[in-house]
Design a protein around this ligand. Structure first.
Ligand code: HEC
Length: 216
């Protein structure tokens, strides 16, 4: 074992090299990013009085994010919009501009995702999809998107007998479809389904940043 010091030196440099490449260089490039305004003043500072972006997510949306993680939505959905010219994200209507590192700085867990079995969700809250649409879709994707390969998340809903008046938040499902509950029953979202939809509706790329303007 006379080469032990060389072995340890080799291990040290391998670890140090990957650490500098992955962690240190990202920290130098992005570590100082802070929320900012859409345009900067002449000194390059955020314009006083204007709104800072990205916005903080609401507490409800943060809870919904935990359900999104638990249910593994990011195995099929990304949250990153590529610039126009790289893939067809813009043409598919997945966002009005590319996403940039600053969009993610307020998130403790960034769910970029790797697979696009379903559409990108970075800007899903910016699409004309209502709360009611999301509930129908999560309860059973076949209701809104026949032929979808997205699994149903019906266990986030309760099918219960209507007592007196129907619940105000019951999911609207046309009684003519096979997914409708039995007559006299209704489908009611659990707290988990409600916060999950709050999270989906909070995902919006509806603001510009100095480094990322809306695609022309
Ligand atoms: C097995 C892969 C898969 C998983 C897991 C999955 N989805 Fe999907 N999702 C899809 C596919 C495919 C579509 C497109 C067809 C459709 O609308 O159902 C889709 C569509 C969507 C849409 C509509 C987007 C749009 O712009 O039309 C939303 C919102 C969505 N999924 C949310 C979720 C959430 C939330 C979860 C986790 C609870 C989830 N998905 C889990 C595959 C998946």
């Amino acid at each position: 074992m006379k080469n032990l010091p060389i072995l340890f030196l080799g291990i040290f440099f391998t670890v140090a090299f990957s650490w500098s490449g992955l962690i240190l260089s990202s920290q130098i490039q992005y570590g100082g990013l802070t929320p900012t305004t859409a345009t900067l003043d002449e000194d390059g500072n955020p314009t006083p009085g204007e709104t800072l972006f990205p916005r903080m997510a609401s507490g409800q949306a943060e809870q919904g994010k935990l359900i999104y993680i638990r249910e593994g939505c990011m195995y099929c959905h990304t949250q990153q919009v590529r610039p126009q010219g790289f893939g067809a994200d813009y043409e598919r209507g997945w966002g009005p501009r590319q996403t940039v590192p600053r969009d993610y700085i307020l998130q403790d867990r960034v769910l970029l995702g790797t697979m696009r079995t379903g559409p990108d969700l970075a800007d899903v809250g910016g699409r004309p999809l209502t709360r009611s649409w999301h509930h129908q879709h999560l309860y059973n994707p076949q209701i809104t998107s026949p032929g979808s390969i997205m699994p149903p998340f019906a266990y986030l809903y309760e099918v219960k007998e209507i007592e007196g008046a129907p619940s105000p938040n019951a999911v609207t499902i046309s009684p003519d479809t096979e997914y409708a509950p039995e007559p006299g029953f209704e489908v009611v979202p659990t707290k988990e389904a409600e916060v999950l939809v709050d999270y989906l509706l909070s995902l919006k790329v509806d603001y510009e940043l100095p480094e990322a303007k809306f695609t022309e």
